[in-house]
Ligand binder design. Structure first.
Ligand code: KIV
Length: 271
């Protein structure tokens, strides 16, 4: 008998089983091999290679500048580290809107060049042709509604979305449209908790929230926010589990003074 416990990969099917038995789904972003390895080993269900890489990895103000080539680089790095979590890669701005053939080509590039399990894209009715075309190639798609950072220039702010009835109704009908099309899950970002719970109740597919309250089927956060590496970003929905910024600066500060004083390297640390 083998002493090694077999690792069972998380699949889209397993996520729907989790929803059926009311087991919450845990999801976090990662963008590189080393972080993804730790996050996977900690037992996360889903790793999102988010286009938030544009902000936290590349230092851009918005998610708009990141390219498909960049996302493929991040996606492939993450996939090499992961043996359990389901890996989702974001389709970046400009690679799927308004042209379903382009959308399919972009999704195919992600699947071929990263070996990820699925793609995610923002929008409902406006992008449904792209969603259908990608799904027709057998590529699993995760939807994303509510605050959609790729549309920041349309709205002008990152405030809570769908507070008014009309926008809430559109969000619910978009969510149903994505489910009917065949998406395996949906992310809801920064919307009232009541609406998040309603969407999760009315949909059979898992609904994962970020600032969408506790009535959804799972939660997602940006790993740099959770670990306290990012410092300026403090929305109400964010719980920081660590203050890694202080720890990193402390360690680097000690290293600098050890180098300056000649204390590093010591006798045992040289050949
Ligand atoms: O890019 C990202 O990190 C995301 C999450 C905020 C859901 O889309």
């Amino acid at each position: 008998m083998s002493v090694h416990k077999e690792i069972r990969k998380v699949t889209t099917h397993r996520l729907s089983e989790m929803k059926l038995r009311s087991e919450k789904i845990s999801m976090l972003t990662s963008y590189d091999y080393s972080m993804a390895k730790l996050v996977n080993e900690a037992g996360i269900d889903v790793i999102l290679v988010g286009d938030s890489a544009s902000n936290v990895m590349a230092g851009f103000e918005t998610t708009l500048p990141i390219t498909l080539d960049h996302m493929i680089y991040h996606g492939a790095s993450v996939v090499r580290a992961v043996n359990r979590a389901l890996v989702v890669v974001d389709l970046p701005f400009g690679t799927y809107q308004g042209n379903s053939r382009n959308a399919l080509n972009s999704a195919i590039r992600i699947m071929k060049e990263t070996a990820a399990d699925s793609v995610k894209l923002e929008g409902g009715a406006e992008v449904i042709d792209s969603v259908n075309r990608i799904l027709s190639a057998g590529i699993p798609v995760m939807g994303h509604l509510g605050l959609m950072p790729q549309s920041i220039h349309k709205f002008g702010t990152y405030t809570v979305r769908a507070k008014e009835e009309e926008e809430a109704e559109k969000l619910l009908s978009d969510a149903k449209l994505l489910e009917e099309a065949g998406c395996f899950a949906i992310v809801l970002e920064k919307i009232p908790a009541k609406l998040g719970a309603k969407v999760a109740k009315e949909l059979k597919i898992p609904v994962i929230g970020i600032g969408a309250g506790n009535g959804v089927d799972g939660q997602v956060l940006v790993i740099h926010d959770l670990l306290g590496i990012t410092q300026q970003f403090s929305p109400r929905f964010l719980r920081r589990y660590h203050n890694l910024a202080a720890e990193i600066k402390g360690a680097v500060g000690t290293y600098i003074s050890d180098v300056k004083s000649g204390e590093f390297p010591n006798e045992k640390e040289q050949y």
